[in-house]
Every structure is written in structure tokens, then in C-alpha cells.
Design a protein around this ligand. Structure first.
Ligand code: ADP
Ligand code: MG
Length: 1246
């Protein structure tokens, strides 16, 4: 077997990921054997497999991992968690896993001191480091900062917030001053009134808060401010069985001194309708349990004892609350007033109603509840009889007619009950507002320059029943997620682009559509809800119906409850709820309380009554609040609208500030120490967008500093010579001379960027001892000299190069001119000199004549004279032609013809004379002469012929040229057409890719919905229907033949089989079986089919490897020169034609350039040769000849993993000019480098 046995992580529904080894390649999937045999062997998609690197090593910053992916992220966090290292960075984001136990010294004063003033990354990750970063950023950027703490309920947000505040208020561990102490005191008070035990967290904050710590321009704490959001009101009246009401009720029952309890008439939780349906146990410690007497204990408490939590103790916490209230400035009297209101709410809850037989359909309080009514009235300081009246009847001011006419409309039993609950909620929530306000007033506040705000707000929530509260909080989380995406992903990428850093783009899911769906001005869900409330008879069914009708059509985000994966949701009718797909998963909202919860106004009679209370505190609670009753129905301000405006103010603040993120993670749902559920943690990482950040950081540079900033900060440490440099040169000089690796930083246009953790390394070096600094200064000076020297050398070389280029061009110009001039002159004079040559050729005839003449016996002189005349004529003709440049061709021809004629005539005369002379005796010779003449004629004819031929050729050339031009035009047109169709094709491909991406995102979302549903089902013993989406299917070996195994690749394969009418279905074959068949079979068709399948799997495998390649060593792992891999990537993947190419051997050779490490330009040019021998469609042997390394020789059947897996067609080699070589050329190189003799596949033995 030749598969590399590297460790991989494979996705698992329970553990998140399990460690395994690749066993078989199965096309688009792989057969995987987990290391731990308690996990099943499985076949899964390459999308679910990730290289593992070193699974036992953990790093402070996830970006330092060798392989960056979800799996290594999860493993790193869990490995650290098991070693009690609860904090980890992803670049600048802090991940905090809830330890559920106190870790020694983690938050001690000495730890605070350690983190002060240290760059992020210098010390192990910590919330203190984030707090310190915010503080330093505030100072150096002169900008207020936010720290956004997010996570599920129970993930540790509130605790982290407390530590951050402690750090900020306790800077330099001096201990907190008076202002700081007040800010810290706020927490126990807020928690007593705003926290409660839920199934997910014993101390769950049921409100959101943004706590600002204000600093003056000397960066001293001068004040604070708390904004709070969305206190959960329904909890005041009801809780589910395992949960409790707000802590303060139990604190009073358990911890208040007996006199106070007597005053407030408080006994045990069982006695109050607002407490008795939930959990009625107190949080105690063994010691505090003893302080309780039996009249304080509920039945549950007596049976089961107290609840335990490391930070909660209802008995002792009362004292803490009491003292903290004093410290924020409440007098004894005011505190008593607060307790009375709290107790008043409890007694009010005990007032029950029954139908009143006497009146028209009204109701009265039950007799046995009258003491409670009296107690409530006393505690709230209103008249009991009036309270009774206001609870059972509603004041109606007639809209028309005489103003001021008021009628009392009796209420039905359930209406009175609702009015009572509304009063309780209103009183309690206003009390909460009052307390926050008192805290704010108590914190002295001078003009502040900047602040650091810490946001602790409930994370994304989903229960079996989700109502208006969850809707609001999940809307808030959508906004925060969008803000996170923008800050971290969008802005970061824009900056890289602007600064010219070449970092690949990362996609993230944009949730704007979901936000629009909720908040859009004229048709969002909030808007529809407010519209419904304005109708004369608002009705939740009608509201739900309009949500579905106006927003639900064709909206993947909004669906009917019956499309939920949870059975409990599917029982809801269409008009009872809606399913909203949030970024973190789908949540089904039950709408039946939406309308009531959206309106917190009391009915008028109650409001008037309570405003007239004799208690100054109660009176104050109901002063100057939005009086919805006065505004009337059409103008009322709904809870949703108030929250929307609060949230948009908050978002505005966040946008103006610098941001720091802390992502809290809940390790298990049992809330116990040292236990982690992988899948739960993974789901939270995915929801929080951390995985996407990781992708970005794989190539990104999270730390950066503008040149000017570096100059400002470090110049003072350095000698004036360096300090005087321009910021840019200054930054370059110091960064370059510190000996950081090139990969760790990049220069943008205005700033330097650092890889994770490297800025702090840099900072540490720069702030080191003077000794060390001296060495650095030396190095910087050297670097500057070197860089100046290099720059001038470079300039000189460039100028020389330029000069040479100019000279060369001049030379070329002269040659061009010379040639053209010569050509023109020759063309102009050609007829003349050709004529002269021809005419001169006549001289030869004259010579003949002269010889003839010499033999003449008579008339010799005259003949000689004639010849002499002819010669003169010839010469003068030549002179004429030579001297007359403008002579025309026909004139020349005339002269020539005339001369020829004369010569011929003379010749004839001579001949005649010779005939006469040697009539008989010279018969032979005469004939000879005649023959000669004929030959001369023949020559002349041939010459004419030649001239004609030349002309013909010229004509043909011209014709050819025009044809070529026409073809050229045609070719251009064709190319244009090809380009257009290629564009069209490209568009289609992109379209398809986008569709696939969308498909993937949809599946991802569905998977998340499913996982969420499973979690919920586990918690509630509910039932989930439907199988998980197929993207992440986990078929086991047994189910491989089952029908649900018909996944994507299988379908593709079937289709291929049908299309290609393939004889063999090899998809179920093992990789090793394929290998063996190739090596042993004699069935050529089978053999060929096996080779196709074998190489197809290799291709998928290599694609996966390339996607998950190590960050550093890319070029090393090539199996063929880059040009070939690129060509293959461009050619569409054709299914093999199934044509059997048998033993067609072809040989190729191409050069390659392998980039050398280090990026040194001199070394970069490493050329080598790559040889390949294809026997059929695939490589049988391949060979790399390197200039500086031993050659690499590879053979199919032995080295498949390292060899080029592409088919001949895909490599494009046959289309490369000059690439194909002859067999002996290949064999010569092969044997020269010691290659073994080639064996055809059927002879290869394993
Ligand atoms: N850093 C920590 N160290 C020890 N225990 C912690 C830490 N963070 C959270 N916890 C425990 O987890 C519980 C829930 O944390 P909390 O901050 O209230 O969660 P959240 O505000 O996210 O709902 C706390 O009551 C505490 O017991
Ligand atoms: Mg909390």
C-alpha cells in the first residue's frame, strides 16, 4: 500500500472530530480507521477530513498551528482545557472556556501586575491581556474601546466581565479607589436583582449590560456608567420547574434578619405563587444551611437540602447585597423601601380572583387571599380597597362626547389575573431601572476623556418554547454577529487590499437579510407586531398570519413551524408561530404572547393608583415614565421599539470605538468541571464565526502598526541619528534588522503588518536591555548602509541597462534603414542595369563574329569595320542607359532589340559571306555555327521565359499575401468569437460554483439546525426527525450498501457508469485491489478501467492535500511541473472516453523552474528537466533532473503517491510544441541515471 499514513481528524457527530488514519481512497471519499477503536471505522467525504499535524501539542494562539482548520482549532482548545489552560487566542480574539472551578492564582493581584503593559501574546492568553490591550489601545489611539463578551448562557460571560472590570479598576494592582470600588460594587447588586437560576446556569443574567469605565486624560478612572437591556419580565410571575425567580426573592427569605422578615411578612418560597411553581431550594453552603430555621425552608429544601454553587449562597449574599447597597449610597430607609417593594410583589402574586356572581360578568378576589391583598397594599403603600377596585375593573375614558366621562368596566377573572401580573412586572422592572439608576448616580463623574465599555449580553438562545424575549435577544445577537463580521472579516480584508497585501479572499455568510426581516421599517416583524397592536382587537393569530403572508413567501430564512426538525415544534399551527433561521441555527418562535409582551403599559386605573402611592420610592418608580395611556393606542411606544432604539444606540457606540472580542465557550451542558463535549464546543466555535476568522488568519496579519506610530514609539529609545530618519525608512530599517523571518511581517503602503504573535516579539526585542539595544542599533546602522549601497548599485545598474538598450536600438535602426534604402535603389535601377548586362552580353557575339571575320579571305576589312561599329554602338547604348536615369523600360527594350537586330544582320551577312566563301568545303563548320546560333536563340528564349516566370511568381506572392491577410482577419474574428464563448462558459462555470457554494452554505445551515435540534432534544428528551443533511453524512462500514449511502459521489458514479456504459463498476473496489489488478491482470479492458479509477482517486486525494497544504512548504510537494498542473486545472475534467489506448508509448520532456526557498532572486532561477513516459493514458515512469540535486526517478506501481496523477490528455503535453521526444532519448537519460528496465503493467509483480 502506498497511501501515506498521516494522522487526520475526521468529523464525528459526538466528539466533533476524532483522530484517525487514512486507509483507503474511495474516489470522492476515503475509508478511515480511527486510532481509538471505540470509534467506528467509517467512509467519509474529504470535506470532513483534515490533516492533524501534531495532535498532542498545544499553542497559545491558534494561528501558530501548522495546519489551520476547524479540527485543529477544536483540538487545541480541548487539549489546553484538559491542562487547565482555559484561554486561547485566535489572532486578537480571546476564546475562554468555562472551567467551572477556581483555578489557583489565575486572577490574583500578582497576575494582574504581570499583565500590566505587556503586548498581547507576550504572556499566556488571558482576559487580563485583552483588558490591558484595550487600555493601551485607548491610550495610543486616543479612542474609546469596547470589549464585547459573547457566548451562550453559562459560557462565562458575566464572570469574564467581572474580571475585566476588576483589572481595569485595579490597574497596577494598587487596589481600587473609591470610584473603582463603586463600579465593582454594582455587580453583586445587579446580580441579586437581575440574575436567576436557569437550567443552563445557576447565576444566569436575565438582562444585558454595557458597563463603561471612564478615564480622564491622565488615564485615571474617573467614573462609570451602566446601561442595561431587556430584563426578562415573565420570570417574575412564572418559572419552569427547574428554574427560579430572581435571586433577591430568595435572599430576602433566606438571609434577611428575622425582624425584617416579620415586617415584610416573608416566610418560605412555597408560600408564594410567584415562587412555588419553580425550584424552591436555596443556594447554601453546609455552614449557611445551619443558619436556616425550618419555617424558612420549602418542602424541597427540607427533602433535598440546599443547592450548591461556588459563588452563590442565598443566606450570606443578603448581607453582601445589603452592604453593597449602602456603599452605593442608599440610606437605611431607602433600602427598607426597596425590600418592601420586592416583598410587595410576592404578596401581590398571591391575590387570586374568582367570578363574581353578583355583578355583570365581573370578578372578585378570593376571600382567602384578602390578607395577601392587604399585605401587598401595605408594602406598596396604597389603599387596599382601591387596589382591589383597580385590579378588578378597568377605567375607560369615552373617546367621544363629554371629555372626562370615565366608566369602570369590570374585568373577567383571567383579565384581572393578567392585570395583577402586569402590575407585578411593572413594579419589579421599574425597581430594577431605579437601582441601576441609583448606582449610576452614586459613581462620581468628572469630565471623561475616554471610556472602555464592556458588553455582557445574553448570547443566542433557543428553547423548546421560544417567545418574545428570545426573539429580541436573538435579534440583538444577529446585529452583534454582523458587527463582528464587519470588524474582523470585512474591514480586515479591505485593509489588506488597500495596503496592497496579497491575501486571498475569505467568504463569510452575510446575515443582513435576517436582520432586515426583523427590523425593516415598513415590513419587518417588529413593524408588523406594532401594527397589530394598533388594531381595535389585536390578535396573535392574525399577526402570525401576516408575518407568513408578507415575509414568508420564498424566504429561506422564514418558515412555518411544521418545517422544524423538532417534533414539539411541528405540532404548532401555522398561525401559532414561525421558524426563523438565524446565523446560529433555526429557532421556532411561539407567538401567542407576542402582543402582550410587546406592550408593557398598565391599564389606566392601576397606573393612576400606583402613581398615588404614599411610599416615596413607589411614587418615584412611576414618575415621568412614558405614559402610554395618555398617548393613546396609536402612538404607544412598544417594548420592541424601545429595544430597537436602545440597540441602535449601542451599535452606534460600538462602531465608534475600537473593538476587542472575548468569545466564551461552554465546555459541557452538565455544568461540571474538567469535562468537555467536543461537538458542543465545535458548534459554538462555528456559531461565533471563529472558524472563518481562522481561515482569514491563515494568510492574514492580525497585528499592524503605522510607520508613524512605530517611529513615535521607538525613536525615543534610539540614538538621534536613527530617530531623524523618515518614519517609513525608520520602520523598514528596524524591522529588517531584528532578524525576524521574512514570512512574519509585510510592508503595506502606510504600515507594517505582523503575523500572529510577531508584533509582541518585535516589541519585546525593542524594549530589551540597553546592552541588547546597542547591538540592535549597530545592526540597524549596518542595514541602512547596506540598503543605501544596494539602492545606489541598483540605480547604477539600471542606468547602464538603459544605456545598452538605447545603443542596441540605434544599431537596429541603422540596419533597418540600410536595408530599406538598398532595396529601394535596387528596385529603381533594376531595368537599367539588367538591360546593360544583356547588351554587354552581345559583345560575346561580336567576338564570334571577329573570329569568323578572321577566317574571311575577302571583305575582311569592311566586316571588321562593321563589327567595330557595332561595338561602338553597344558601348554608346550602355553609356546612354547608364547616364540617363529616367530612361523608360520600352526605350531600353527598343535599344536592345535594335542592337540585337543589327548584330543578327551583321551575323547573317558574315555567314552569307562565309557560305559564299566556304560553300562546299566548310559545310560542316557552317552547320556548327548554325547550331551555335540556334543555341544562342534558345538561350535568349529561355531568358525571356525566366523573366516571365519571375513576374508570375511575384503575382502569386501578392495573391498569397492578400489571402493570408484575409485569413488573418478571419482568424481574429474567430478568436473574438472563441473569447466570447469562453466568457460565456466562464460565466456558467462561475454560476455553477456559486450555486454550489450556496448549496454548501444551505447544507451547513441545515446541519447546524439539526445539531441544535439534537442538543435541544437531548436536553428535553424530545424527538428529532429527519436525518442530518448529507453534506456531513457518516456512513459506517455496515451501512455502506444501504440505500442512505446513495450520496453525491455515488450518484455521480452511477451517472458516469450509465453515460460511459462502463463494463466494470469499480467504485466499491478497494484501492489495494485496484493496485493489484493493475499489476497482475491480463484483461486489458479491466486493466484500463482500473487505471482510470485508480488515477481518479489519486486526483481527489491530491486535491484535498493541496487544499490543506502546510503553510510553509508548498513548492516541495509538486508531482509535475507547475505549468502542467496549471494546464490541468484549466482543462475541464473530461470523463475518460474509455477508449483503450493499450500500449501506446509516448515520451515527453519539459523544462521546469522550481522557486528556491528564501526568495533570493539569484537562486530563484533553478531550471531542471522533467521527463515522463506514458504507456497509455497514465504515466508509467517519470524522472526529474535537477541542476543541484540527485535526479528523482519514479515508477508507477511503486511511487504512485509522488507521481503525476493526471491523464495524458489533462497534462496538455501533446499540445506543447517540442515536448514529445523519441523513445531512445528517454531511455538514454533513464538508464544514465540508473533507472530500472521498464515493465509493462501486466508483468509488474508486487
Ligand atoms: N473564569 C471562571 N472561573 C471559574 N468559574 C467560572 C468562570 N467563568 C464562569 N464560571 C462558572 O460558570 C458559571 C456561569 O458563568 P456566567 O459568567 O454566569 O455565564 P454567562 O454569563 O455566560 O451566562 C459561573 O457561575 C461560575 O460558576
Ligand atoms: Mg451572564
Amino acid at each position: 500500500m502506498t497511501i501515506d499514513k498521516q494522522l487526520v481528524w475526521v468529523r464525528d457527530p459526538n466528539e466533533g472530530f476524532v483522530l484517525a488514519r487514512l486507509h483507503e481512497l474511495m474516489g470522492e471519499e476515503a475509508d478511515i480507521i480511527p486510532i481509538d477503536n471505540k470509534h467506528q471505522r467509517r467512509v467519509c467525504s474529504f470535506e470532513d477530513i483534515f490533516p492533524a499535524g501534531e495532535p498532542n501539542k498545544d499553542v497559545n494562539d491558534n494561528c501558530e498551528l501548522m495546519f489551520l482548520n476547524e479540527a485543529t482549532l477544536l483540538n487545541n482548545i480541548l487539549t489546553r482545557y484538559s491542562k487547565n489552560k482555559i484561554y486561547t487566542y485566535v489572532a486578537n480574539i480571546l476564546l475562554a472556556v468555562n472551567p467551572y472551578e477556581d483555578i489557583r492564582d489565575l486572577y490574583s493581584s500578582s497576575t494582574i501586575k504581570n499583565y500590566q503593559g505587556r503586548s498581547l501574546g507576550e504572556l499566556p492568553p488571558h482576559v487580563f491581556a485583552i483588558a490591558d490591550k484595550a487600555f493601551r489601545d485607548m491610550k495610543s489611539l486616543k479612542q474609546s474601546q469596547s470589549i464585547i463578551v459573547s457566548g451562550e448562557s453559562g459560557a462565562g460571560k458575566t464572570e469574564s466581565t467581572k474580571y475585566i472590570l476588576k483589572y481595569l479598576c485595579d490597574l497596577w494592582a494598587k487596589g481600587a479607589g473609591p470610584v473603582e470600588q463603586k463600579i465593582l460594587d454594582a455587580n453583586p447588586i445587579l446580580e441579586a436583582f437581575g440574575n436567576a437560576k436557569t437550567t443552563r446556569n445557576n447565576n444566569s443574567s436575565r438582562f444585558g449590560k454595557f458597563m463603561e469605565v471612564h478615564f480622564n486624560n491622565k488615564y485615571q478612572v474617573v467614573g462609570g456608567y451602566i446601561s442595561h437591556y431587556l430584563l426578562e419580565k415573565s420570570r417574575i410571575c412564572t418559572q419552569s420547574a427547574e428554574e427560579r425567580n430572581y435571586h433577591v426573592f430568595y435572599l430576602l427569605c433566606a438571609g434577611a434578619p428575622p425582624e425584617l422578615r416579620a415586617q415584610l411578612k416573608l416566610t418560605k418560597p412555597d408560600d408564594y405563587a410567584y415562587l412555588k411553581n419553580g425550584c424552591t431550594q436555596y443556594f447554601t453552603t453546609p455552614a449557611s444551611e445551619k443558619k436556616l430555621n425550618s419555617s424558612q425552608k420549602s418542602k424541597q429544601q427540607q427533602a433535598k437540602g440546599g443547592l450548591r454553587d461556588p459563588i452563590l449562597d442565598d443566606v450570606e449574599d443578603f448581607q453582601r447585597l445589603h452592604q453593597a447597597l449602602s456603599r452605593v449610597g442608599l440610606s437605611e430607609e431607602e433600602k427598607a423601601g426597596v425590600y418592601r417593594v420586592v416583598a410587595g410583589v410576592l404578596h401581590l402574586g398571591n391575590v387570586e380572583f374568582e367570578d363574581d356572581d353578583g355583578s355583570r360578568g365581573g370578578c372578585v378576589p378570593r376571600d382567602r387571599c384578602l390578607p395577601s391583598l392587604q399585605a401587598a397594599a401595605d408594602l406598596l403603600a396604597v389603599d387596599a380597597a382601591e387596589l382591589r377596585r383597580a385590579l378588578v375593573a378597568r377605567l375607560l375614558q369615552s373617546a367621544r362626547g363629554n371629555k372626562g366621562t370615565a366608566i369602570m368596566v369590570p374585568l373577567k377573572t383571567y383579565e384581572a389575573t393578567n392585570a395583577r401580573d402586569a402590575l407585578a412586572k411593572s413594579v419589579y422592572s421599574r425597581l430594577f431601572d431605579y437601582i441601576v439608576n441609583r448606582i449610576n448616580l452614586s459613581i462620581p463623574f468628572q469630565a471623561s476623556a475616554y471610556y472602555i465599555g464592556v458588553l455582557d449580553i445574553a448570547g443566542f438562545e433557543y428553547f423548546q418554547m421560544n417567545s418574545f424575549e428570545q426573539f429580541c435577544i436573538n435579534y440583538c445577537n444577529e446585529k452583534l454577529q454582523q458587527f463582528f463580521n464587519e470588524r474582523i472579516l470585512k474591514n480586515e480584508q479591505e485593509l489588506y487590499k488597500k495596503e496592497g497585501l496579497n491575501v486571498p479572499e475569505i467568504r463569510f455568510v452575510d446575515n443582513q437579510d435576517c436582520i432586515d426581516l426583523i427590523e425593516s421599517k415598513n415590513h419587518g416583524i417588529f413593524h408588523l407586531l406594532d401594527e397589530e397592536s394598533k388594531l381595535p382587537k389585536p390578535e396573535f393569530g392574525h399577526f402570525t398570519h401576516s408575518v407568513h403572508k408578507e415575509l414568508g413567501t420564498n424566504n429561506p430564512r422564514l418558515q412555518l413551524p411544521r418545517s422544524s426538525r423538532l417534533k414539539a415544534h411541528r405540532t404548532l399551527r401555522d398561525d401559532e408561530g414561525f421558524l426563523l433561521r438565524h446565523f446560529a441555527g433555526a429557532v421556532c418562535y411561539n407567538t401567542n404572547q407576542f402582543i402582550e409582551k410587546n406592550n408593557d403599559a398598565l391599564h389606566a386605573s392601576l397606573e393612576f393608583l400606583i402613581q398615588e402611592s404614599n411610599s416615596p420610592l413607589v411614587k418615584q418608580l412611576f414618575q415621568n415614565v412614558d405614559n402610554n395611556n395618555a398617548k393613546g393606542k396609536l402612538n404607544f411606544i412598544s417594548v420592541g421599539a424601545k429595544f430597537q432604539s436602545q440597540l441602535s444606540q449601542l451599535m452606534e457606540k460600538l462602531k465608534q470605538n475600537g473593538t476587542n472580542f472575548v468569545r466564551c465557550i461552554k465546555p459541557n451542558s452538565a455544568m461540571c468541571r474538567r469535562a468537555a463535549e467536543g461537538a458542543l464546543v465545535l458548534a459554538q466555535l462555528q456559531c461565533s464565526g471563529t472558524a472563518a476568522v481562522l481561515l482569514l488568519m491563515e494568510h492574514g496579519y492580525p497585528s499592524r502598526a503605522p510607520f508613524a506610530h512605530l517611529h513615535r514609539v521607538y525613536a525615543p529609545h534610539l540614538p538621534p541619528r536613527l530617530a531623524a530618519l523618515q518614519p517609513k525608512l525608520f520602520s523598514e530599517a528596524i524591522v529588517h534588522s531584528l532578524g525576524l523571518s521574512d514570512k512574519d511581517y509585510k510592508f503595506g503602503i502606510t504600515r507594517v503588518f505582523f503575523r500572529p504573535g510577531k508584533y509582541s516579539e518585535f516589541d519585546t526585542i525593542m524594549r530589551s536591555e540597553p546592552e541588547n539595544l546597542k547591538k540592535i542599533v549597530e545592526r540597524v546602522l549596518k542595514w541602512i548602509i547596506k540598503s543605501r549601497w544596494r539602492r545606489s548599485i541598483f540605480a547604477v545598474l539600471s542606468i547602464i541597462k538603459l544605456k545598452n538598450k538605447i545603443l542596441y536600438r540605434r544599431q537596429c535602426l541603422i540596419t533597418i534603414q540600410k536595408t530599406i534604402r538598398g532595396h529601394l535603389v535596387r528596385k529603381q535601377h533594376r531595368p537599367r542595369y539588367q538591360a546593360i548586362m544583356k547588351i554587354k552580353a552581345l559583345n560575346a557575339n561580336l567576338k564570334d563574329m571577329e573570329t569568323t571575320t578572321a577566317q574571311l579571305k575577302k571583305e575582311k576589312e569592311s566586316a571588321q569595320k562593321n563589327i567595330e561599329n557595332l561595338r561602338t554602338a553597344i558601348n554608346s547604348a550602355c553609356v546612354t542607359i547608364k547616364s540617363n536615369e529616367k530612361i523608360s523600360r520600352s526605350e531600353v527594350d527598343q535599344i536592345y532589340t535594335k542592337l540585337t537586330k543589327d548584330v543578327e544582320a551583321q551575323m547573317a551577312a558574315l555567314q552569307k559571306a562565309m557560305v559564299d566563301q566556304k560553300n562546299r568545303e566548310e559545310q560542316e563548320r557552317l552547320r556548327k555555327i548554325e547550331a551555335e546560333i540556334r543555341a544562342a536563340e534558345e538561350q535568349k528564349r529561355q531568358e525571356l521565359e525566366k523573366i516571365k516566370q519571375e513576374e508570375e511568381n511575384r503575382r502569386l506572392k501578392v495573391e498569397m499575401e492578400t489571402r493570408r491577410k484575409a485569413e488573418e482577419l478571419e482568424r481574429l474574428r474567430q478568436e473574438e468569437q472563441d473569447r466570447l464563448s469562453a466568457q460565456k462558459m466562464q460565466k456558467q462555470l462561475e454560476e455553477a460554483a456559486r450555486a454550489e457554494q450556496e448549496d454548501r452554505e444551505r447544507l451547513e445551515q441545515e446541519r447546524r439546525d439539526h445539531e441544535m435540534a439534537v442538543r435541544l432534544a437531548k436536553e428535553t428528551n424530545g424527538h428529532v426527525e429527519g436525518s442530518p443533511p448529507q453534506l456531513r453524512s457518516f456512513p459506517t462500514m455496515d451501512s455502506m450498501n444501504g440505500e442512505n449511502k446513495l450520496n453525491r459521489s455515488e450518484r455521480v458514479r452511477m451517472q458516469q457508469a450509465i453515460q460511459g456504459k462502463q463494463k466494470y463498476d469499480l467504485s466499491k473496489w478497494k484501492y489495494s485491489e485496484l493496485r493489484d489488478t493493475i499489476n497482475t491482470s491480463c484483461d486489458i479492458e479491466l486493466l484500463e478501467a482500473c487505471r482510470h479509477e485508480f488515477h481518479r482517486r489519486l486526483k481527489v486525494y491530491h486535491a484535498w492535500k493541496a487544499k490543506n497544504a502546510r503553510k510553509t512548504t508548498m513548492a516541495e510537494q509538486e508531482r509535475a511541473p507547475q505549468s502542467i498542473m496549471e494546464a490541468a486545472a484549466k482543462t475541464p475534467r473530461v470523463t475518460q472516453k474509455g477508449e483503450i489506448l493499450g500500449a501506446r508509448h509516448r515520451y515527453f520532456r519539459i523544462p521546469f523552474v522550481r522557486p528556491a526557498g528564501g526568495g533570493d532572486p539569484v537562486e530563484a532561477d533553478r531550471r531542471g528537466w522533467w521527463y515522463a513516459h506514458f504507456d497509455g493514458q497514465y504515466v508509467a515512469r517519470q524522472m526529474e533532473l535537477h541542476p543541484d540535486k540527485t535526479p528523482v526517478l519514479l515508477q508507477a506501481g511503486v511511487d504512485d503517491m509522488q507521481m503525476c496523477e493526471l491523464s495524458l490528455e489533462e497534462t496538455g503535453l501533446t499540445r506543447k510544441r517540442g515536448a514529445e521526444i523519441l523513445e531512445h532519448e528517454f531511455e538514454r537519460e533513464w538508464s544514465r541515471h540508473g533507472g530500472a528496465t521498464y515493465l509493462p503493467p501486466d508483468l509488474r509483480k508486487r
